[in-house]
Design a binder for this molecule. Sequence first.
Ligand SMILES: O=P(O)(O)OC[C@H]1O[C@H](O)[C@H](O)[C@@H](O)[C@@H]1O
Length: 329
Amino acid sequence: MSSEKVLSSASASASAPLASPHAELCRGINGLDKVVLRDPRGSSAEVYLYGAHVTSWKNDHGEELLFVSSKAIFKPPKAIRGGIPICFPQFSNIGSLEQHGFARNRLWTIDADPPPFSTTSSSKTFVDLILKPSEEDMKIWAHSFEFRLRVALGPGGDLLLTSRIRNTSVDGKPFSFTFAYHTYFSVSDISEVRVEGLETLDYLDNLQNRERFTEQGDAITFESEVDKIYLSTPTKIAILDHEKKRTFVLRKDGLPDAVVWNPWDKKAKAMVDFGDEEYKHMLCVEAAAVEKPITLKAGEEWKGRQELSAVPSSYCSGQLDPQKVLHGS
Ligand SMILES: O=P(O)(O)OC[C@H]1O[C@H](O)[C@H](O)[C@@H](O)[C@@H]1O
């Protein structure tokens, strides 16, 4: 489909044509614009311009790998429940802004001409989006910035998110922010899930006034509500879904922390846009920069990457082998 044809079927807010031949702009739920990425090898992803929100990531068998609530509200100003909301310029309620900042409920536009990436990615299946603050945004957060997000599908169906945030202030004013890729993974049964790579680390427990604790040596498993900010984590974290025999591998760069969240039954019931039982089928593991806010001087740029892959769990005498996942290439 030509880019003109694609554009004529969606609203003018999307503005620029898409650079990738494997990206298509179309209408999603409630008429909101979304970009569908289809890799020739079979994997796919969907990104709403509302929030630059990834709402779908499928492998080459067409299996959905992200969780989106059946009760998600695709209507501004509510952020979409599930997928990958972007928390910027504030994670959680740590600051004066609304919970998780405003990037997740603003309308982004397609970035027609992004500055070149320093590392060359071989992916031809991508979309570039951009967010600049409106006058209204400047009233609540008085900083000039350009936030560029590239969402790409890699050769093996990996989902790559690269954020580049630039301080475009003309009066030399620095700013600081916290950030998270608030990824909701789809899992078969939360009680069968293990997270590897966060053992023995320090974390701030959101359920206990962000008090600092140290995680035990065992892999992390789930039997009640969890809301923890793990600090200075390794660049690779594995989420093992025993029942599905699937392992998600999260690789990150520029994002030292990792948030792990499952609301469990009580909080699930309290959320209007989340099914009562859905907590069993999701787990948030979020590449983040929370403990130490990132500061950008005028003209400076920060880059934060999250790379997700889903691989069959290596299965050996009844045990998943996380070592292969964590230490393999
Ligand atoms: O309901 P939301 O604003 O999307 O936030 C959902 C969750 O996000 C993060 O994981 C926080 O650590 C949690 O404290 C919060 O409940």
